[in-house]
Design a protein around this ligand. Structure first.
Ligand SMILES: [Zn+2]
Ligand SMILES: [Zn+2]
Length: 343
């Protein structure tokens, strides 16, 4: 018990295995999130702060000691128990050895009783041969392909799919979020074929078609939201003293006019009239999907100048429509990036 109480407050240094790229596993401690991500070990040691680490997905904030994964916590616990048993065992050996050193107690004397032929032999480990505890490195998971370097603090971290916040400084990059959103849109389109195939194999053609159609329709709306958010954040960052009109970046002509006023350049500098016309029509279709389940009405026909539908029909969103919109919003994003004044 003495030996164990000496362990109180002692730090045990356990080696951590890293993945092939030098990253190690972290997990958000928030019960609602528990998302996994990775941090480059040299950054974790060099630039991360003890008092606060942020979750890349939910921005939960907690001290650096709280980010072990469930698997790491399990391994750390079992290794700590192993270490404590070794310490206790060594201490027990010391106590037994001391007892046999001839400290006056009859028990310590190995000399046999004169009337008996029996002899008790107690073997005690030689001094210096106390068992040493060896920590096995805490295992690491496979490397993630998506690696991010924070534009603010240069911390390196890795996520699956996409992350929104730097785990070191909590920064959210509008450009990064935009790129991730467009990757998500591309992935949705790519997966429609897979979904239809899987549904066919499971004899669930109807469900497969519903899911595939929903992926394409939400992809259209994702493109609009992605550009809107990028514009809002860029505007806030570069023109902090002025508030942009509410939802102005959902309206193409007004948004372009606003950028013309602020930057002297707008959407018509980067897209042709025909492209802008198609973009406006796709924005109107997205509006229909969001507000009237895709049912064509007179307002839509008048605003979009789309003569391929009559009122009462439901619009059909094609994969090629979404791919065209990805192109347009990417072109605008690139144009804006080049035209922004430096902060
Ligand atoms: Zn989280
Ligand atoms: Zn950062």
């Amino acid at each position: 018990m003495d030996a164990l109480s000496n362990l109180d407050g002692q730090n045990l240094l356990m080696p951590m295995a890293l993945d092939a790229d030098g990253y190690f596993d972290r997990q958000c401690p928030s019960e609602d999130c528990r998302s996994h991500f990775k941090v480059l070990m040299s950054d974790w040691k060099g630039i991360f702060k003890d008092e606060a680490v942020f979750c890349p997905f939910c921005k939960h904030e907690a001290p650096s000691v709280e980010w072990n994964t469930e698997e790491q916590a399990k391994q750390i616990k079992s290794q700590a128990i192993g270490y404590i048993s070794t310490v206790a065992m060594n201490h027990a050996v010391d106590v037994i050895r001391a007892a046999f050193k001839g400290t006056g107690s009859g028990f310590s004397s190995p000399v046999p009783h004169p009337n008996r032929k029996t002899q008790i032999t107690v073997k005690v480990n030689a001094p210096g041969l106390a068992a040493k505890h060896i920590f096995v490195p805490i295992t690491a998971t496979e490397a993630f392909t998506l690696k991010v370097k924070c534009e603010e603090c240069s911390a390196h971290y890795a996520v699956i799919g996409s992350g929104f916040f730097c785990p070191n400084c909590g920064h959210n990059s509008a450009e990064q979020t935009f790129d991730d959103a467009l990757r998500k849109v591309g992935a949705k389109l790519d997966y429609t074929t897979l979904v239809r195939g899987a549904a066919k194999n499971a004899n669930q053609l109807d469900e497969g078609e519903l899911v595939a159609r929903s992926l394409v329709e939400t992809a259209l709306s994702d493109c609009v939201s992605a550009l809107q958010r990028l514009c809002e954040e860029s505007f806030k960052r570069h023109f902090p003293s002025e508030a942009a009109p509410f939802n102005v970046f959902q309206r193409i002509d007004e948004a372009s006019a606003l950028w013309h006023r602020k930057l002297g350049i707008g959407y018509d500098n980067w897209l042709s009239d025909a492209q802008l016309q198609e973009m406006k029509m796709l924005y109107q279709r997205r509006h229909l999907l969001a507000h009237s389940e895709g049912m064509v009405d007179d307002k839509y026909l008048q605003k979009s100048q789309d003569n391929s539908y009559k009122a009462g029909q439901r619009i059909v969103v094609k994969e090629k429509d979404v791919r065209a919109l990805i192109d347009y919003v990417s072109t605008i994003a690139n144009g804006l990036k080049g035209a922004m004044p430096s902060v």
